[in-house]
Design a protein around this ligand. Structure first.
Ligand SMILES: NC(=O)C[C@H](N)C(=O)O
Length: 325
């Protein structure tokens, strides 16, 4: 029997001026999610069950950019996407363009287990959700006041927001840099760069799994698909490791970032930490991103080239850490 390990993230690209209380709120949520994952692992749930359970929790809380609290499209609607992968058999499921499915990650799991396909999107995915009897809600359920304010700011700055205050990152368009605290109509508004969520787990049997869920980029075009649902880009799991990414989707897609971690472990014989460092330094094609990863040997690692990344990890020997910078 090996040792379990778990890591969670709530996105890379954290604003350095993010108010302390929002940082603390995010850290509390990540800690709660780690605790849920830890007790599930202690009860011998499999890695794939644990990543789904933890990501559901993150989707249900409006704090991060997934499920309720998702970033909005240019039309002010929510189009969510998620994926999940089971390392040992390299089984996977993914969904995009969801507008009424309460927990996208669970629909991705159902695509993996109950459909002959790996990836369903838009109306076909919603039809499948209805047939599977998953919980569905109105699109308004996902839209938060914070995000309506953020969309307005994004439109004013004419920008697609990955991180609304980091100027002109890579392919993300015009600078949306703004002073803190932000104001709208002369009133301070509550702003918060909402970010993608993910979880990676290795269980006692050495099985790795990964899941990622997001609303994508603020002010994205309707129909835009990012890295999070793309197996190999935003999410990947193999018999060696499980990886979940966050950051500029277009750059992560060009770099097939999640798969690269597994590939360099396999072909360059690097351990998990070496593989994560190598990939962040050498394989990320001019973009800003971060990732969390676990290996079959119970190691856990994270890497990012952004200012910060909301993340937390825990291992069976009692180690637990939640960090931002
Ligand atoms: N914040 C994020 O991680 C965004 C996500 N990677 C996307 O491009 O859709």
């Amino acid at each position: 029997m090996g040792a379990w390990a778990i890591a969670v993230h709530g996105g890379a690209g954290v604003d350095p001026n993010l108010p302390k209380e929002r940082q603390e709120e995010a850290k509390r949520l990540l800690t709660r999610c780690l605790d849920i994952g830890i007790s599930a692992l202690r009860s011998n749930l499999s890695a794939i069950d644990v990543v789904e359970l933890v990501v559901r929790e993150l989707e249900t809380d409006p704090l991060f950019n997934s499920g309720r609290g998702s970033a909005l499209t240019e039309n002010g609607t929510v189009e969510m996407e998620a994926s999940i992968m089971d390392g040992p058999k390299r089984r996977c499921g993914a969904v995009s363009g969801l507008t009424t499915v309460k927990n996208p990650v669970s629909l991705a799991r159902l695509v993996m287990e109950k459909s002959p396909h790996s990836y369903l999107a838009f109306s076909g995915a919603e039809e499948f959700a209805k047939k599977q009897g998953v919980e569905m809600v109105d699109n308004e359920y996902f839209i938060t006041e914070d995000n309506v304010g953020m969309l307005k700011l994004a439109k004013e700055a004419n920008s697609i927001l990955f991180d609304y205050r980091i100027p002109a990152v890579g392919t993300c368009g015009a600078s949306a840099a703004m002073d803190s605290p932000l104001q709208m109509n002369g009133l301070p508004i509550s702003v918060y760069a909402p970010e993608t969520v993910g979880c990676v787990v290795v269980d006692k049997q050495g099985r790795c799994a990964a899941a990622t869920s997001t609303g994508g980029l603020m002010n994205k075009m309707s129909g835009r698909i990012g890295d999070s649902p793309l197996i190999g880009s935003g999410t990947y799991a193999s018999e060696l490791c499980g990886v979940s990414c966050t950051g500029e989707g277009e750059a992560i897609i060009r770099s097939t970032l999640a798969r690269e971690v597994s590939a360099v472990m396999e072909y360059k014989r690097l351990n998990l930490h070496e593989a994560v460092d190598y990939v962040i330094k050498n394989k990320l094609d001019e973009g800003k991103a971060g990732l969390i990863a676990v290996s079959k040997d119970g190691e856990v690692a994270c890497g990012f080239n952004t200012t910060g990344m909301f993340r937390g990890c825990a291992t069976e020997d009692g180690f637990m850490e939640v960090g931002v910078w």
